[in-house]
Design a protein around this ligand. Sequence first.
Ligand code: CP
Ligand code: NVA
Length: 315
Amino acid sequence: MTCHFLDIADHDNATLTAILADADAMKSGGKPHADVLAGKTVAMIFEKPSTRTRVSFEVGIHQLGGTPLVMRSEEMQLGRGETVADTARVLSGYVDAIMIRTSRHEILTELASYASVPVINGLKDRSHPCHVMADVKTMAELKAPHHDFSGLKVAWLGDGNNVAASWIEAARIMDFNLDLAVPSALAPDDDLMDMVNGTSIRVVDDPMTAASDADVIVTDTWSSMGMPGGYSNSGDRQELLRRYQVNDAVMAVTKAGSVFMHCLPVYRGQEATAEVVDGPQSVIWQEAENRLHVQKAIMAFCMINGGTGATGAGA
Ligand code: CP
Ligand code: NVA
């Protein structure tokens, strides 16, 4: 069976821990799965802009011996109405895996249903699992060296967006406490809120309650690419989110030794102040680097567990 990486919630704790362990080994100079993409091509389809995802996947594919193929969807027939299913079947005859940055969940699932090669979610409007895997790796490096996250508290402040959704999935499966302080109008979708019931995940109104005693403070842009109206960041929206800004007052109520995370790009003065973003508790560059290591481990996981692909059996 083809092995995809579409969302964190699709995988169990043991699988995610094994991916993190491979990423650790890769980062520290080990060579697990060094040739897993030898002779193979990985297509990357971008419906939206990207710096980190594009470069970290492209470099990672090279480092695993493969060839990356980057395409913007508007340059493909996909952008002129060819179906996702037909695109999936055609690409499966040429390439060995597909990474896609898309909008709707249905595009990702249709691609995965019709592709006979692994499909990896490089962000959709509803989730950003590769980034949150990099965050979980960063959190492990700093706070949980043996991948035992129990007892840790993460606080998400701001928009209940795609990155927040993947944090909810990660907290449920990797077993850490997560408080989300989000305006009720911007809360994550109902099915995600259902996932919160009976877990150590809480949705609170007060950002200080969420931040209190937290090991990790995390936020993201107030104007995601998937928002209705694109990048629009209206005054109303800014007003709604203003009290969730991560600033020195928020950091002051966190646990000693706490860290600040952000998936980037960051807008200083909006979701977080420059003092926090560029301050001593910020680990944003470490997170960004970890995208490379964790995505290499995700690609290896997909290829080993069902990536027969266009050019032969998985490694
Ligand atoms: N964090 C992240 O995914 O960055 P890009 O949009 O630059 O890929
Ligand atoms: N929430 C942001 C993440 C960008 C990497 C967006 O979807 O635009």
